[in-house]
Design a protein. Structure first.
Ligand code: ZN
Ligand code: ZN
Length: 346
């Protein structure tokens, strides 16, 4: 789909959806946004001008997703083999999955933020250590021992659908990418991922938001054994970084493109403030683990006990991110007791 001359929105399906199902959902979701059981697709974007072809994100490394990319690019007079720059907003498998395949096909310059480049190896080339770390991390946060091995391995079934590749270019944010008449500024927006990056084109007022800002859903902002500090604090500050930009086209990696950036930023702020207040109420006077808090919170998709293991892991990680942010703001204390991390009201 053409956004404007030289900028095209493509669509690649998630593994559990066919291309046709995903395309149909793209239309339905824009007309009537709703929570689907699992995301159906990724929206990569192609920027084509002056002989250069930039691709922003790609999709899972499945034959269906590759075929969808090929069809989408052909519609606009291009082909995956013509990609000379591949910009990865963050290294989650739905955005980065096909990167290695495209690298082999097109020998493109793969651009990733240095903070996400750091996790490529641990996440995709040597995941064994990560699985063990995750198990220990979950146990420390009160996840019952029986469930933590399953939870730690929750997302590892995805690994065969990722063709990883080390980046050719590592960026920090602040650099520019020139494609024909477009001049994109890289903006570092940590939170959803430590090295998440957005691309902003001030002359055409275009902002590619990756997973940082989506029109109706909020990205998972989570802590795991690889993250440090306060990702939710980072995320909120990253929202503020974009708030002052003059933007006409908000181009996210899921759902659909939208227009009003500032309104969406304010909605997301409110969402997290509500969530923070709810989590604070779920902490016992004598202290609670993240697992206990996650079990009391109302999730959009039901209660924690009913979730699949990898969704439980995401929910516990998201809970910790909120608790850590409350700690950062001086609203909670934490103490290590009986081999578990407990959060306490102050
Ligand atoms: Zn993501
Ligand atoms: Zn995503």
């Amino acid at each position: 789909m053409k956004i404007l001359d030289g900028i095209y929105q493509l669509l690649t399906p998630f593994p559990q959806f066919t291309f046709d199902e995903a395309k149909k959902l793209r239309v339905e979701l824009e007309a009537r946004p709703r929570v689907t059981k699992g995301l159906p697709y990724v929206l990569p974007y192609m920027v084509k001008d002056g002989g250069d072809t930039l691709l922003i994100d790609c999709g899972w490394n499945t034959d269906d997703a590759y075929a969808a990319l090929e069809i989408g690019m052909k519609e606009h007079g291009s082909h995956p083999s013509e990609v000379n720059r591949l910009f990865i907003t963050h290294v989650h498998p739905d955005h980065f999955g096909m990167a290695g395949r495209l690298k082999r096909l097109a020998d493109c310059d793969v651009i990733i933020h240095e903070k996400d480049a750091e996790v490529v190896n641990a996440r995709y080339f040597a995941p064994k250590g990560l699985i063990d770390d995750m198990g220990r991390f979950m146990q420390m946060n009160g996840v019952p021992p029986l469930e933590s091995p399953t939870m730690a391995q929750g997302s590892m079934g995805m690994i065969d659908k990722v063709s990883p590749v080390p980046p050719d270019t590592e960026v920090k944010g602040g650099e520019t990418i020139k494609i024909g008449a477009f001049e994109f500024e890289i903006i570092w927006t940590p939170g959803h991922s430590p090295g998440h990056i957005c691309l902003y084109e001030p002359n055409h007022k275009i902002l590619f938001t990756g997973d940082h800002i989506l029109p109706t859903i909020t990205p998972n902002v989570s802590i795991n054994s690889q993250t440090h500090g306060s990702p939710l604090g980072d995320y909120m500050r990253s929202l503020d970084k974009l708030d002052k930009l003059d933007v006409k086209y908000v181009l996210p990696a899921h759902e659909f493109d939208t227009k009003d950036l500032q309104k969406r930023i304010s909605e997301i702020h409110h969402h997290h403030e509500d969530r923070l207040a709810e989590m604070l109420r779920c902490v016992d006077a004598g202290g609670s683990t993240a697992w206990e808090v996650a079990g009391r919170v109302k999730w959009a998709t039901g209660m924690l006990k009913e979730f699949e293991p990898h969704m439980q892991r995401a929910a516990v990680g998201e809970t910790i991110a909120h608790l850590e942010y409350l700690y950062e703001r001086g609203q909670l204390a934490k103490v290590f007791r009986d081999a578990h991390l407990h959060w306490l009201p102050v």
